[in-house]
Design a protein around this ligand. Structure first.
Ligand code: UD1
Length: 333
């Protein structure tokens, strides 16, 4: 896969194991999976993370990978432009995963999420230009689509964010494409749908719903369902998202493009909970609560563009991803 994926970059980064890569948010949930993959492939990786939600433990196992590349963890913030600029120097690619990722948190703390999610992204782009980084892959979100009832969501649809988080993500994406047009920095935005998998932290009320439901079902404690539970999402296992990132970093001729990253499969919250209960072999009590402010009700991706242009396939489906996650959580208790 790596060989196929690397064909697009300039000759000096064609060789396996020759890239220098910066992953912002590299100790976080998705970032740590990208870091792991890159290190396995023998690359030189800097994981840049302020550890606000990322954790050193997320990268602990990476050092033990045999015959791997190098990893350095830098504890710093994307709002710290000089630091970021220093570590961007000499990089071939930046994966920009650092963000405050919660919709309700952004509703409650819009100034803080603006600073991290917009100013932080601008800092990344500024350094990418200054340091002649070849490509920036940006973690965008399905939250940019908002409440337009047309489904599935296609990249050509008008953005209509419903939360500060959605505004911040579409702003970041606009910055990405403009940096390609104005300054020739090759950027690619990936509109993640609902990503789940190992190392997603269930500890906070702002955590992703799958991490919370799996945690509660395995503990035998109750869950809260905001709304009627019939809202649906396109849940996508993190391994597929890593694959999309590698393809986005290495496919030629896609500067300035944006792609949905999902499975193209809809799952309601009630179905999700039943599936988790079935796989885990236990049931939990449900408390119904009003819908959360800023939540979109329905979301499902059309993955035609990313399939056609990047050769992406969601090879691990939702149920298989849930099985892997549940095994992992059981094993780490
Ligand atoms: C999630 C991601 C966001 C990403 C977006 C893309 C997180 C924390 N958020 O937002 O970064 O950009 O997908 O679509 O990973 N819910 C409950 N009970 C709970 C928790 C949540 O009913 O205990 C409900 C929510 O009200 C919502 C749904 O589950 O309707 C999904 O919530 P959540 O996992 O927070 O994801 P999104 O808000 O879709």
């Amino acid at each position: 896969m790596w060989c196929r994926a690397t064909i697009g970059l300039a000759p000096r980064v064609l060789k396996r194991g020759s890239m220098k890569v910066l992953v912002t948010g590299g100790a976080g949930f998705i970032g740590s999976h990208i870091v792991e993959r890159l290190v396995r492939e023998g690359h030189q990786v800097v994981a840049y993370d302020n550890l606000a939600s990322g954790k050193r433990e997320n990268l602990a196992h990476v050092g033990e990978i045999k015959g791997a590349g190098e990893l350095e963890l830098v504890v710093a913030d994307v709002r710290d432009a000089p630091q970021l600029d220093y570590y961007a120097s000499g990089c071939d690619v930046i994966f920009h995963e650092a963000a405050v990722v919660s919709v309700p948190y952004s509703v409650e703390h819009p100034q803080e999420t603006h600073d991290v999610n917009i100013q932080g992204t601008l800092n990344v782009l500024h350094s990418a230009k200054r340091r002649s980084v070849k490509r920036v892959v940006f973690a965008c979100s399905a939250a940019v689509y908002g409440e337009d009832p047309e489904m599935p969501k296609r990249e050509t649809m008008r953005a209509a964010p419903m939360s500060p988080y959605g505004i911040e993500k579409i702003t970041g994406e606009y910055y990405m494409s403009v940096w390609t047009q104005l300054y020739g920095v090759e950027t690619v935005s990936l509109r993640y749908f609902n990503v789940f998998g190992e190392r997603q932290d269930p500890a906070s009320p702002y955590s992703g719903v799958i991490s919370i439901f799996v945690d509660r079902v395995l503990k035998g404690s109750g869950v809260t369902i905001f709304g009627d539970g019939l809202q649906y999402r396109d849940f996508v296992y993190v391994g597929n998202v890593v694959d999309a990132n590698i393809r986005a970093a290495t496919t030629p001729g896609i500067g300035g493009r944006a792609y949905n990253v999902g499975c193209g499969q809809k799952t309601t919250l009630l179905d999700l909970l039943s599936t988790i209960e079935r796989i885990a072999g236990s049931k939990v009590e449900r408390t119904m609560a009003p819908p959360r402010a800023g939540d979109i009700r329905e979301s499902i991706a059309d993955i035609g563009r990313i399939s056609d242009e990047l050769g992406y396939r969601p090879t691990v489906g939702v149920e298989e991803g849930l099985r892997r996650l549940i095994e992992y959580v059981k094993g780490s208790r």
